[in-house]
Ligand binder design. Structure first.
Ligand SMILES: Nc1ncnc2c1ncn2[C@@H]1O[C@H](COP(=O)(O)OP(=O)(O)OP(=O)(O)O)[C@@H](O)[C@H]1O
Length: 292
């Protein structure tokens, strides 16, 4: 039996608290995709066959405030990455309104993009160059001096547990986990206002995972950087996120602090919260969509 929580369509009725600044305002946003239906090609419809409509994001509403880490949790295929890509202006909503720093993502795409950094598993780098060289390049793009770029790069790599020696090794010779850390370093070395972290610790060994989590909490303490985080690790989400939105089949079904979610559902763990809200065990939710 799933539980219905107080729905977060209310953020737009409630006034924004005096001490909060809205960074992301998402109102009734939807995004659909079309997918070919296997085996549906016929002589009449030789090329395309039938197409199935997928509601990747379905009338989602929420607000994100400056300085918070806002978690998006959901099963595989529930729409988290699509939501991240909508915020990053890599996709446009089919319906609803999405503003970032008060700017509409469709009408002010460039302005929004300039204020966002994104970390995803498919981060692109100059693989023949070292972490240090890649970060120096980023620093130059952001107008930092050579010395400042070098200083920041060294500092951030150190905080993420990458030694000065390792930072000189070509990226292609580093493990995927290490490259992921460099992607995080790159996204955060320029003091961005908004960072989109799509599964930042997936594939990292336990120590690296802890390094990254500690680093993100330190960044949060600064109070200026807002972070949106998706994760397959419930403990991580609970540890890092100020508030968590649970997405199920494209719809936002619960939104609160981790403690608030537990209290409302009478659950003692976030896995239990997830089960009570969706009727699906978290472990099953992480299985491939095709396994269902
Ligand atoms: N470009 C696309 N074309 C067609 N369907 C898509 C496209 N992108 C996503 N989808 C579908 O939209 C739904 C939501 O996908 P999305 O990647 O946002 O989920 P997710 O929650 O991020 O999943 P995961 O945790 O596996 O990354 C899925 O059914 C997915 O197959």
């Amino acid at each position: 039996m799933t539980q219905t929580l107080e729905m977060p369509s209310s953020p737009h009725i409630e006034t924004v608290p005096d001490d909060k600044e809205v960074v992301i305002d998402c109102r009734g946003v939807s995004k659909h995709f079309y997918e070919p239906v296997e085996g549906s090609r016929t002589w009449r419809n030789l090329f395309l066959g039938e197409r199935r409509r997928i509601r990747a994001v379905n009338q989602v509403s929420f607000r994100v405030y400056r300085g918070e880490i806002f978690g998006l949790l959901g099963a595989n295929g529930s729409g988290k990455s699509t939501m991240i890509r909508l915020i990053a202006t890599l996709l446009f909503p089919d319906a609803g309104q999405l503003t970032v720093f008060g700017k509409d993502v469709v009408r002010h795409q460039q302005e929004v993009r300039r204020r966002i950094n994104r970390v995803s598993v498919e981060a692109s780098f100059f693989k023949k160059l070292s972490s240090m060289e890649n970060l120096r390049y980023t620093a130059r793009l952001y107008g930092l001096s050579v010395q400042e770029g070098e200083r920041r790069a060294l500092e951030i790599l150190r905080r993420l547990g990458i030694s000065s020696q390792k930072s000189r090794v070509p990226l292609e010779n580093l493990s995927r986990g290490m490259q992921q850390k460099v992607a995080i370093a790159r996204a955060l070395m320029t003091d961005p206002e908004l960072v989109l972290l799509d599964e930042p610790t997936t594939g990292l060994d336990p120590k690296s995972k802890r390094d990254v989590q500690k680093f993100l909490l330190e960044v949060k303490k600064g109070g200026q950087t807002t972070m949106i985080l998706t994760s397959h690790d419930m403990d991580e989400a609970e540890k890092l996120c100020d508030r968590i939105a649970i997405i199920n089949k494209g719809s936002l079904i619960a939104l609160d602090t981790p403690e608030g979610l537990k209290r409302k559902t009478g659950a003692s763990t976030m896995e239990e919260v997830f089960f009570r809200c969706t009727g699906t065990e978290w472990e099953d939710a992480l299985a491939d969509e095709d396994d269902e």
